[in-house]
Design a protein around this ligand. Structure first.
Ligand SMILES: O=C(O)CCC(=O)C(=O)O
Length: 336
């Protein structure tokens, strides 16, 4: 009996202390790696779902690429319904999520949520979900153009981060393939989320081509202070979107599979593809836990939903009177 009462708090303490260390590292470095978010059968299920979803999208991507359709002046390729580029393609998120509940659970994974709640906030939700296949490239292409994306930061203006000490957004890459040095590693400059300036993308190789390539004389690995994230399938790279980051070339012999989810506070608007996924998953009864409902934008776990979406509205004025101009007589007083 006494063992049980000692063991349970000890485990909670350990989890709390790991979380505290992760948050401290994240504030200092702008990123953390959480290993083995997915493992064993759970990982295999998500990989199998990804395989089915990517096979479907790949047909369209390869067809368009073979015809040279939609290639812009700088060599990027676009097709409707999905996002395609010369070196990678993105799968419509629902096409992955509808395959297997393990894919939905990955977005709401208990090994990610405590960190996301501690950084983005208790009302965290999933904004964009990008399901991305990065193909291997030839050694010549890697040498000439670098990886599929150059050095950049996703967001520059982040007032909440400045004044409240937490980032507005945390982006999470969950890798579904092993990523070694030649497989398109995500790379970053630790601490660069604190820099005022952005990286100079005009001189470093990566994403581009044509005349845009002329000024890109430096290798991505020449960036001072950079580190590359080599990870095993199932692990995650989580970063403050102000962090300077890039993707190194993948002249290896395999695709890199990753699901890239941008987590935001509940009040930010989700993109249409995430809303479409939410509506379909809800209809299929898959948004069946409070955290899933919150992450997919249906209702926050924290109680009254001041940001209720029109589609969810039940006609009651209870939650959103303040948006209709109904004010309490004195600040802090209940509206009756
Ligand atoms: O795919 C990667 O390694 C990085 C993705 C990235 O740069 C981004 O999502 O902003």
């Amino acid at each position: 009996m006494s063992t049980l009462t000692e063991t349970v708090p000890a485990r909670d303490d350990r989890a709390a202390s790991i979380l505290e260390d992760q948050v401290a590292a994240y504030k200092r470095d702008g990123f953390v790696i959480i290993e083995d978010v997915l493992q064993g059968v759970e990982l295999e299920r998500v990989q199998a779902a990804f395989e089915r979803a990517q096979a479907r999208t790949r047909v369209d991507w390869e067809e368009g690429r073979a015809k040279g359709k939609g290639v812009s002046e700088i060599g990027e390729y676009y097709a409707s319904g999905t996002w395609h580029a010369r070196k990678f393609f993105d799968i419509y998120p629902l096409h992955l999520l509808e395959q297997d509940d393990a894919a939905v659970e990955m977005i709401a994974h208990p090994r990610l949520i405590p960190f996301l709640s501690a950084t983005v906030g208790e009302d965290v939700q999933a904004a964009t979900i990008q399901v991305r296949v990065l193909e291997p490239q030839s050694a010549e292409d890697a040498q000439e153009e670098g990886g599929y994306v150059t050095w950049h930061r996703d967001h520059t203006s982040d007032e909440e981060w400045r004044f409240q000490g937490r980032p507005l957004n945390t982006k999470v890459l969950v890798y579904l393939t092993d990523v070694g040095p030649d497989d398109g590693c995500t790379a970053c400059v630790p601490g660069s989320h604190l820099f005022e300036e952005r990286p100079d993308h005009s001189i470093y190789k990566g994403m581009g081509g044509g005349e845009h390539q002329a000024t890109k004389v430096r290798d991505q690995r020449d960036m001072p202070g950079m580190i590359a994230a080599e990870v095993k399938a199932g692990s995650a790279f989580l970063f403050n979107t102000r962090l300077w980051h890039t993707t190194l070339p993948n002249p290896g012999d395999r695709d890199r599979w990753a699901v890239i989810t941008l987590y935001s506070p509940f009040y930010q608007k989700q993109p249409g593809v995430t809303v479409e996924a939410a509506v379909s998953l809800e209809a299929a009864g898959r948004l069946n836990t409070p955290i899933r409902r919150q992450l997919f934008g249906l209702e926050p776990m924290t109680g009254a939903n001041g940001y209720k979406r029109l589609a969810q509205h039940n006609g009651s004025d209870e939650d959103d009177r303040m948006f209709k101009g109904v004010r309490p007589p004195r600040l802090g007083q209940r509206v009756v």
